[in-house]
Design a protein around this ligand. Structure first.
Ligand code: MLC
Ligand code: AMP
Length: 527
């Protein structure tokens, strides 16, 4: 059965008090639903209209409703990037359940933890992983495991095809959960950041205004859709503005450069800009129709910022955010709001509070460096089933402690100068040394280890492990690397492993990672 959704009715629904994020996003769809919403940039050439989004998310949402899941049920998804994977996300919102995206690089022990911790009612995975993921899911009590492949096959779409393409979005209040994003912990295991419909909707609206989304915008979408940047910032921006997306399942700099003349907006982590700059085709001419390049998720080197400006005539707009908070600060889009300053992450977004707390515990207004604390409608609701951890990460007056270290200069620009959390950001992915050290320390013959980040031209930082053998044991770096590869996501695996006699320690016995970082800072100078 087909439906003729009425745009006016959709707009009205957006205003009827239903805080469901899907309703907010749908409120931005254009009046002409037959216009192209998404076209593929790689793989088979496909076009999806706004009506296709409306109908297919309705069918998927009806499928989920037919499963009679408990209220607040989590739907965990580990699939390759595809337009259907985005539709699945939107359908979960539409049906009022909680979306839980998982990085495709995660291996079985990581997946086991996430599924065990989140207890999803439904898991969706690629068919190639069905046997091991379904075993983990069913033993954790998951009721349904569906498959979804990048070529649009799998049991999820087969089942959804039997459902109606008319669906009334579930009524949700502002604080109801829309998504849980797992973010690694400084000690031990990952924490699930709980984001509400309003956390995400308010941030999307703010960015729509601040970044001047307008009619005729076309977004090149290249980022993975299991993190804030690709899933929320990029996709929400285009959907809420009724703007077309050119959808890439994987980042390929050459193909992106070819499509730049057809687009106006691009978003990427710094590694993507480094790789774009390596393309001779990246010229002013190629960027003639572009109006906005956004970078974030990791520090953008000033050299990259400048080189990009010289080559393309465009000044990258750098912004700062987190899984727990969505977007917090942004360099200005409009010239009248100020210049875009490389090496800074700009101003707090409208409605967002940013303040600095010095080492002595006092709030600093004098441009001094300290811990960055934030507040606003975008700040998450806490860590899933970790009330203690949640309490620790908020101040008594309700501000969230980001774990980033920075300052606010005299012109109001926020600078991030470091992190109080022991964290490596490699190609936009977070890697917590404590997690890798935990795996290494359990391996046969390993006495102890220290994991650090070393500067890397492509990835920004690269993971390096320094390992000490037990007395009498001999360790082979290649074998340690191979063992890690079988256990953890590939981007977390150290690019280099060193076996040493001992680790440098201070008088308190604490490993001096700063000395190790210094020692290995030139390791990837030629990378
Ligand atoms: C891939 N590899 C990486 C890596 N990505 N190594 C270190 N760091 C990374 N980020 C390794 C693989 O392990 C593999 O090694 C080899 O590189 C090739 O793998 P690939 O899959 O072909 O890599 P590629 O496609 O080139 O991926 C690189 C990338 C990708 C930069 C395109 O990492 C990426 O999409 N990064 C974006 C992450 C992102 O969206 N972050 C936003 C988080 S949200 P081997 O040895 O196995 O061959 C957030 C909040 C905010 O932080 O503010 O936005
Ligand atoms: P995640 O937990 O994956 O959401 O990563 C969030 C972290 O990424 C932040 O706490 C920062 O450390 C870092 N980050 C995000 N954007 C930027 C940026 N523009 N510059 C520097 N660090 C950033």
């Amino acid at each position: 059965m087909t439906t003729q959704p009425n745009p006016a009715a959709m707009q009205a629904a957006a205003a009827d008090g239903n805080a469901n994020l899907f309703v907010t996003l749908r409120g931005g769809f254009p009046a002409d639903l037959d216009r192209t919403a998404i076209e593929t940039g790689d793989g088979p050439p496909l076009r999806y209209s706004w009506r296709d989004i409306e109908r297919s998310t309705a069918m998927l949402a009806n499928l989920f409703e037919s499963l009679e899941l408990p209220a607040g049920a989590r739907i965990a998804v580990q699939t390759e990037k595809s337009v259907e994977a985005l539709l699945l996300y939107l359908a979960v919102l539409r049906a009022g359940f909680v979306y839980l995206p998982l990085n495709t690089a995660y291996q079985s022990s990581e997946i086991e933890y996430f599924i065990g911790n989140a207890e999803p009612s439904v898991v969706v995975c690629s068919a190639k992983n069905f046997s091991w993921i379904s075993r983990i899911a069913f033993s954790a009590g998951t009721a349904h495991v569906f498959t979804l492949n990048e070529d649009r096959t799998g049991s999820l779409l087969e089942r959804a095809a039997h459902h109606s393409d008319i669906h009334e979005p579930a009524q949700r209040s502002r604080d109801d959960l829309a998504a849980i994003l797992y973010t690694s912990g400084t000690t031990g295991r990952s924490k699930g950041a709980m984001l509400s419909h309003d956390n995400l909707a308010s941030n999307a609206r703010t960015l729509q205004q601040y970044w001047g989304w307008r009619d005729g915008d076309v977004l090149i979408h290249v980022l993975p859709i299991f993190h804030v940047h690709g899933l929320f910032v990029a996709s929400h921006g285009a959907l809420l503005n009724g703007s077309k997306m050119i959808w890439f399942s994987k980042f390929d700099p050459r193909k992106v450069v070819e499509r730049l003349p057809d687009a106006t907006v691009f978003m990427g982590v710094p590694t993507l800009y480094v790789r774009l700059l390596a393309e001779p085709g990246l010229t002013r001419e190629a960027c003639r129709n572009m109006r906005l390049f956004v970078a974030g998720s990791a520090p953008l080197l000033i050299d990259t910022f400048r080189e990009f400006e010289q080559r393309t005539g465009h000044t990258i707009l750098e912004r700062y955010g987190m899984s727990e908070t969505a977007m917090l600060t942004s360099n200005p889009y409009r010239a009248e709001d100020g210049e875009r300053r490389g090496g800074t992450v700009g101003f707090p977004l409208p409605g967002v509070g940013v303040r600095i707390r010095g080492d002595d515990g006092t709030l600093r207004t004098d441009g001094e460096i300290g811990g960055i604390e934030v507040s606003g409608p975008n700040i998450f609701k806490g860590y899933w089933r970790m009330p203690e951890k949640t309490r620790e990460e908020f101040t008594d007056d309700g501000w969230f402690k980001t774990g980033d270290v920075g300052k606010i200069d005299e012109r109001g620009y926020v600078h991030i100068v470091g992190r109080s959390k022991d964290l490596i950001i490699s190609g936009g992915y977070n890697v917590y040394p404590a997690e890798i050290e935990g795996y290494l320390n359990e391996m046969e013959g390993v006495a102890e280890s220290a994991v650090i980040g070393a500067p890397h031209r492509d990835f920004g930082e690269a993971v390096v492990a320094i390992v000490v053998a037990r007395p009498g044991a001999s360790l082979d770096p290649a074998s340690l690397t191979a063992q890690l590869k079988s256990k953890i996501a590939n981007f977390k695996v150290p690019k280099q492993v060193f076996v040493v006699d001992d680790l440098p320690r201070n008088t308190m016995g604490k490993v001096q990672k700063n000395l190790l970082r210094d020692q290995h800072k030139g390791l990837f100078a030629d990378a």
